[in-house]
Design a protein around this ligand. Structure first.
Ligand code: 5IU
Length: 456
């Protein structure tokens, strides 16, 4: 089967579409690829498998894998043709535990070639490769059906991967034009679109809002990326600890509803401290209701949070309406979305977290970043890589030593947090329950800043 035939067949079955499509990023694209339906055409799949088998037969690998769902049936046929054992990684995150993520039998130390249907940024293929590597396999070769990336080959080479592809976007356009499947005008629009897209990948849109910038400037000027979480139940303790620690922190995180003796004067005093010691205020309210309700929770009640907190935390779970309800008609306020909590067994899986980042990107004018936790720098880096440019990653569950508390809180060290790309660490009991909160705050601040300065 010639590549031209494959392109035309994909067009016939609607796997390659032309028109106007709104992408997740909000961009309007003149084409859309979705190869999933391909698996329902046995003769197409079979021809394709022979084509791939021919192209990879000389590569050096002992196992073959396909990324679920679309590439898995393709890889199965190729494995059969080349008589190589098949293995793959489950797509869904398991409810608990990370063991046995790989389905199929394999010898650690062997080489595996991975097949996927599409490549755009290369991110998901590299992530898959890393999972295989963790299980002891060696990954050096990728094969994709359609490469619509911006020359990702070079970047993958630098990371030690070789990329082969059946067809590139330019070839698809050429073949479809020659066969009069698209007009000259369409071809022009597609070219324009991809060249703009390429430009955008290079320069990258920035999602930093005004308040994010303020916080970043404060981090730089105050030379601190420490956020103190001051969870105490009375004003006396609150201000006593704050007095001693304020010079070391860039932001104070409150849970105002913990105070037994709250009065409006508390807010007046808190604002005075914020000015005197130059820190921002962050109420960790974790809004989670429908837009109409959070709107009132934010503006009304005894706390009137919107009047004094620069930032609040928000669950993206109820949908975009929560951000509309909170911030509609309000300026100079922003939020952090909860993307991955630090508590053991939390229900935020990979898909959820990815959707949170997409929400934050869309509402970047009122979202400054995300609360993310991971147990290792490596895991945290993966989260960081997915965060839209310009937005921040704040990490709770941080102590000088790793460990846990009695109700599921998990702690990672300051060094791991910053190494993993956290822009700020959020520390509560590590400071407020220390014998001397002042020296503890100083130590957290210095350890975090030292690592942060090294630019890790
Ligand atoms: N906090 C977490 N984990 C999270 C989120 C918030 O610990 O995922 I979202 C809050 C809870 C507490 C503070 O107010 O951060 C951490 O306090 P300790 O350092 O005392 O555990």
């Amino acid at each position: 089967m010639k590549k031209e035939y494959f392109i035309l067949r994909l067009h016939d079955i609607g796997a390659i579409k032309f028109g106007e499509f709104t992408l997740k990023s909000g961009h309007k694209s003149p084409f859309y690829f979705d190869l999933r339906d391909m698996i329902s055409y046995p003769e197409l799949l079979n021809k394709l498998a022979y084509l791939i088998a021919d192209e990879i037969k000389d590569a050096d690998f002992e196992y073959i894998s396909g990324v679920p769902y679309t590439a898995l049936p393709v890889a199965t046929l190729v494995a059969d043709i080349l008589d190589k054992p098949l293995i793959f990684i489950r797509k869904e995150e398991k409810a608990y535990g990370t063991k046995n993520d790989i389905i199929g039998k394999f010898e650690p130390g062997s080489k595996c070639l991975i097949i996927d249907d599409l490549i755009t940024t290369g991110e998901s293929l590299v992530e898959t490769a890393e999972k295989f590597k963790k299980a002891g396999l060696e990954i050096t070769d990728f094969y994709v059906l359609i490469d619509r990336s911006n020359n990702i080959e070079n970047q993958l080479n630098k990371l030690g991967y070789k990329l082969r592809s059946l067809i590139k976007l330019d070839k698809i356009i050429e073949v479809l034009k020659t066969n009069n499947r698209i007009s000259g005008e369409q071809k022009k629009r597609i070219k324009e679109f991809t060249s703009e897209l390429k430009h955008e990948v290079k320069t990258g849109k920035n999602y930093e809002n005004h308040l994010t910038k303020l916080l970043k400037d404060k981090i730089k000027n105050k030379k601190s990326n420490l956020i103190l979480s001051l969870d105490v139940d009375n004003q006396k303790d609150f201000f006593q600890i704050l007095e001693k620690t304020a010079k070391h922190i860039v932001m104070l995180k409150t849970h105002v509803d913990i105070l037994n003796d709250f009065t409006p004067e508390f807010i007046v005093k808190l604002k005075e401290y914020a000015i005197k010691y130059d820190f921002m205020i962050f109420e960790d309210r974790k809004f989670a209701d429908i837009g109409n309700t959070v709107r009132k929770q934010y503006r009304e009640g005894i706390y009137k949070i919107k009047n004094w907190a620069h930032f609040v935390t928000v669950h993206a779970l109820p949908g975009e309406g929560i951000l509309q309800g909170l911030f509609d008609g309000i300026s100079n306020r922003s939020s952090f979305l909860l993307a991955k909590m630090s508590s053991k067994g939390n229900l935020m899986n990979e898909t959820y977290t990815r959707n949170v980042f997409a929400t934050g990107e869309k509402y970047a004018d009122v979202v400054s970043g995300y609360i993310c936790h991971a147990n290792t720098a490596e895991e945290l880096k993966k989260l960081k890589n997915k965060i839209p440019k310009g937005q921040l990653m704040l990490m709770p569950g941080v102590k000088l030593q790793s460990g846990k508390d009695a109700t599921g809180q998990q702690y990672t060290t300051v060094e791991e947090a910053i190494k993993g790309g956290a822009d700020c660490i959020i520390v509560g009991r590590g400071i407020i329950e220390a014998e001397n909160p002042e020296t503890a705050a100083k130590e957290y601040r210095e350890r975090a800043w030292k690592m942060y300065k090294q630019g890790v």
